[in-house]
Each structure stands twice: as structure tokens, then as C-alpha cells.
Design a binder for this molecule. Structure first.
Ligand code: AHR
Length: 495
């Protein structure tokens, strides 16, 4: 080992909790996420409720998915909710202009989505249509979902089989309104937000957490304008940022074959999330020093070229050990900014972009990214423990990034969890810490790693990359000492 990294625990705020909603996911009508993902043909030989795939539901329950965002993405601003309710054989069809130009039969609509959330045990997060919808259309959708009073909308809901109000909380007012959601300026959108938000009512016992469409990556003007013009009239403000391996949207790079230099660039691009969250938060702090408005990173993840031979409009990509390091690193960033980041959604749960699960007819595989969410679920709603340290560098061609990233929390039982990512592909890192202010007697751990960064789980070898027991940590006097292997995600438990 070239050096030992000394980690010190800083004095924390006992009231600072890592919101479980940071561990949220995104499911758009895109490619095979909904259709042939969550929602399958009646003939498919898998356990189902209606047409919802229950093996997927079980896998998502295991990692405690806290919320699911739907119906888009870009799709949300072309979606008209009334096409997706009532008898399925009478629902109108539409063309999914954003994603492959395929015909959408609207068989998966509001009730089906809310049934899926109920089965998973997660909160729904619905994105309303601002780009091509009306204020009235959004207002009626909220009334249909959340009102318990007698009205034409609630009668319609009852007629469609749901007497009780759904009480949906998370409500997106548009998506990417600077782009596919209407190509608006920040000034124009923030005025529109106010119109739509006024009529998206808070019904009895069903207050909405309204989330404004936010910045694309480093568009700080957008955040500044939203904070100035909307301020506390929104519960949250969104931010979207994708890790593009090459940094070039025209040729993003392969999901399964990349050089050391490309890996370095990918991780540098992934770590850019730290700067984005820091700078957007600093702008929000100017207008909202009490941190009442949440930063909602409701689209993140690695976006590569599609798997060769698949529909380019379907965004189907494989998921490697590298992507697990991206997930672990990004979740550490969110944990470390959990004073402002309260909700996040990985794009996108099944068969699209950085997926948790890939399916091929009856078969399904859990990706390396899924396993990171499994390891990190211990942080959900736990008390945040701030740590400080100086990371060794990982360098390629004279350029460097920090090799180690870490976050820590204490759960309700008093157990401390530390998640560590060593993104250096070759060198292990030794750490030590006295974890000042914390008491513990024993340490155990779990690890996700693989021989090569390009390793993947396949339908033939679904367990190629899996969680294993980790025995590389021990208590030495009052110190925790551990060796974090190259290219690994480790989660330690101290009790
Ligand atoms: O996640 C894929 C797309 O990326 C979403 O539809 C859109 O919001 C973003 O540009």
C-alpha cells in the first residue's frame, strides 16, 4: 500500500437524516421499461398480478425501493392521462414520438402504475404534462387521484374501481421544460409553473410535494431563476445529469468494451455530480438558507451507446462492474449532500439506461447496479455521519481524480454503516479511522467486485457479479482498519 487513508468523523447534526427517497427509481414509457418490462404479455410464463411481473416486484421490494417516477421523462409532456384509464379495450392508442415511434396502447395507465407502486410498497412520483397539456388537464388528474369529495372526477375514479383517494404525494410540474418538455426559457417556465401549481390542489389529507422542472446539468441560471421566481411555492427543484462515458452525446461509448482512458473519463464525468450538487445547492442556500426546498436529482446514471442490434430508440444497454462503481459513487455524493438532496431517481429501473434489472422474455438478471442499491439500502432514513479524509489519486495520462469516496450513517438500532468505493482499477486502499464519538465492538462487511471492470451479468451467467462477504476489516485497539480492494464497493457494518 502506498499510504493509509486516515478518516476522521466530524461533529454531525443528530437531526440530519439521509432521506430514503434518495434511493428512488424512474420508469418511463420508453423501450422495454414498462411494456415487456414491468407490464408483460398475458401469455408470458412468469408470476403476474394482472399483467404486472411479480418476480420484478419481489426484487424491487428486497432493495426497499422508496419511490418510482412515472410516466416520463420526455414521454410525460406528451402523455394525456385520460387516455390511460377505463376499460383497456376502449383506450385510444398514440404514437410514442420520443422513443422509437412505436404505438402505445395505453394499457398501462394511472391505475396500473399505482397498483405497481402498491405491490412494491413504494411512493408514486407522477410527472404531470406541462409541455403539451393544459392547466385544467393537470388539475383534473390531481383531483381524480387525491380528492375524497363527491365530484365528476372522483366518481370516474370510483367507476374505474378505486373508491379511495390515492393520496399521491410527489408531483412533478413538467419534465425538462428547457428541452423535450416545451423548449422554454427559465423565465417563461417559472411563470408557467405558478399557473399549473396553483390548480394542482392539495386535497384533504393529501398535500402535494410539488417538484419544479429543474436544470440540465450546469445550467445555474435555471436554478437561480426558479429560486427567485418560485421559491417556497415548490417543495422541490429538479436536476438532471447523466454520465456520458466519452462526454460526447453523438458517440457516447460502449457499455461493455472500454479502454482505461475511457474508464478514467467516465469516472471523472461521474464525479462531476459532486460539483453540480454543490453549486446548485449554494444557489438554493442564498434564497432558502433553512433548506426547505429539496434538490431532487430525478434523472441520473450512465448513458452509453445501445447494445448493438437493439432499437436505438429503446436505450437498452448492458450494465458492468464500472456501472456499479458509478452507482456507489453517486449515492455516496447524495448521502453526503443529504441536507439538500432529498429525492433522486436512477434512470431507468428495467431494460433502459442504467438498469437495475434486465429481462429477456421469462429470464431476468439483477445488474451490478442492483447489487449496489441492495448494499446501500442500510442508509435509508439513517442518521448521517460526516467524515473527512484526503483520498489518494487515481491517475491516467497525467490527469487525476480521487480514487476513494465514502459515506456513513447510523441506523435506528445504533448500527453504523460505511460505504466505500475504490474506483482505482489496480490499487487497493488501506483506511483507518477511530470514528470519534461513535461506539462499536465488532465489524462485518459485504463487497461487490469483479476481475474486470467490463464484467457483466448475462442471461447465461446471471450471478457473475454478486455480493460477497468481506473479511478485510478489523478492530485494532480503538481503530477500524480495512483494506478496500481495487474496483470495489464495500459496505461495513459496525455494531
Ligand atoms: O431518461 C431518458 C430521457 O432523458 C428522459 O425521457 C428525459 O427526461 C431525459 O432527457
Amino acid at each position: 500500500f502506498s499510504q493509509t487513508v486516515n478518516i476522521t468523523a466530524k461533529a454531525g447534526d443528530p437531526n440530519r437524516i439521509i432521506d430514503r427517497n434518495i434511493y428512488g427509481h424512474f420508469s418511463e414509457h420508453l423501450g422495454r421499461c414498462i411494456y415487456d418490462g414491468f407490464w408483460v404479455s398475458p401469455d408470458l410464463n412468469v408470476p403476474k398480478k394482472d399483467r404486472i411481473r411479480l418476480d420484478i416486484v419481489d426484487a424491487l421490494k428486497k432493495i426497499k425501493v422508496p419511490n418510482l417516477r412515472w410516466p416520463g421523462g420526455c414521454f410525460a409532456d406528451e402523455y394525456h392521462w385520460r387516455d390511460g384509464i377505463g376499460p383497456r379495450d376502449q383506450r385510444p392508442k398514440m404514437v410514442n414520438t420520443n422513443w422509437g415511434g412505436v404505438t402505445e396502447d395505453n394499457s398501462f395507465g394511472t391505475h396500473e402504475f399505482l397498483e405497481l407502486c402498491e405491490l412494491i410498497g413504494c411512493e408514486p412520483y407522477i410527472a404531470g404534462n406541462v409541455g403539451s397539456g393544459t392547466v385544467e388537464e393537470m388539475a383534473k388528474w390531481v383531483e381524480y387521484l387525491n380528492s375524497s369529495a363527491e365530484s365528476p372526477m372522483t366518481n370516474l375514479r370510483k367507476q374505474n374501481g378505486h373508491p379511495e383517494a390515492y393520496k399521491v404525494k410527489f408531483w412533478g410540474v413538467g419534465n425538462e421544460s428547457w428541452g423535450c418538455g416545451g423548449d422554454m426559457t427559465a423565465e417563461f417556465y417559472t411563470d408557467q409553473y405558478k399557473r399549473y401549481a396553483v390548480y394542482a390542489r392539495n386535497y384533504k389529507d393529501a398535500p402535494l410535494k410539488k417538484i419544479a422542472s429543474g436544470a440540465n446539468s450546469d445550467d445555474y441560471h435555471w436554478t437561480e431563476t426558479a429560486m427567485k421566481n418560485i421559491g417556497r411555492r415548490m417543495w422541490g427543484l429538479s436536476l438532471h445529469y447523466y454520465t456520458i462515458p466519452t462526454g460526447d452525446w453523438g458517440k457516447k461509448g460502449s457499455a461493455t468494451s472500454f479502454t482505461d482512458a475511457e474508464y478514467f473519463k467516465t469516472m471523472k464525468n461521474c464525479l462531476h455530480m459532486e460539483e453540480l450538487v454543490t453549486k446548485h445547492s449554494a444557489i438554493m442556500d442564498k434564497y432558502d438558507p433553512e433548506k426547505k426546498v429539496a434538490l431532487v436529482v430525478d434523472e441520473w446514471g450512465v448513458w452509453t451507446d445501445v447494445e448493438p442490434g437493439t432499437n436505438p430508440g429503446f436505450l437498452y444497454q448492458q450494465n458492468s462492474m464500472r456501472d456499479a462503481l458509478i452507482a456507489g459513487t453517486t449515492l455516496n455524493i447524495f448521502n453526503n449532500h443529504s441536507d439538500r438532496v432529498k429525492v433522486a431517481s436512477l434512470a431507468q429501473s428495467i431494460n433502459v439506461l442504467q438498469s437495475l434489472i434486465l429481462t429477456d422474455r421469462e429470464k431476468m438478471i439483477l445488474t451490478p447496479t442492483y447489487h449496489v442499491f441492495d448494499l446501500y439500502k442500510v442508509h435509508q432514513d439513517a442518521e448521517y455521519i460526516p467524515l473527512s479524509f484526503t483520498s489518494p489519486d487515481y491517475s491516467v495520462d497525467g490527469k487525476s481524480i480521487p480514487a476513494l469516496n465514502v459515506s456513513a450513517s447510523k441506523d435506528k438500532s445504533g448500527a453504523i454503516h460505511i460505504s466505500l468505493v475504490n474506483l482505482d482499477p489496480a490499487k487497493p486502499i488501506k483506511i483507518q479511522t477511530a470514528l470519534e464519538g461513535q461506539s462499536w465492538k465488532s465489524v462485518s462487511g459485504q463487497i461487490l467486485t469483479s476481475a474486470k471492470l467490463t464484467d457483466i451479468n448475462t442471461f447465461d451467467k446471471p450471478n457473475n457479479i454478486h455480493i460477497e462477504k468481506y473479511a478485510g476489516a478489523k478492530k485494532q485497539g480503538s481503530q477500524l482498519v480495512a483494506e478496500i480492494p481495487a474496483k470495489s464497493v464495500v459496505v461495513l457494518e459496525l455494531k
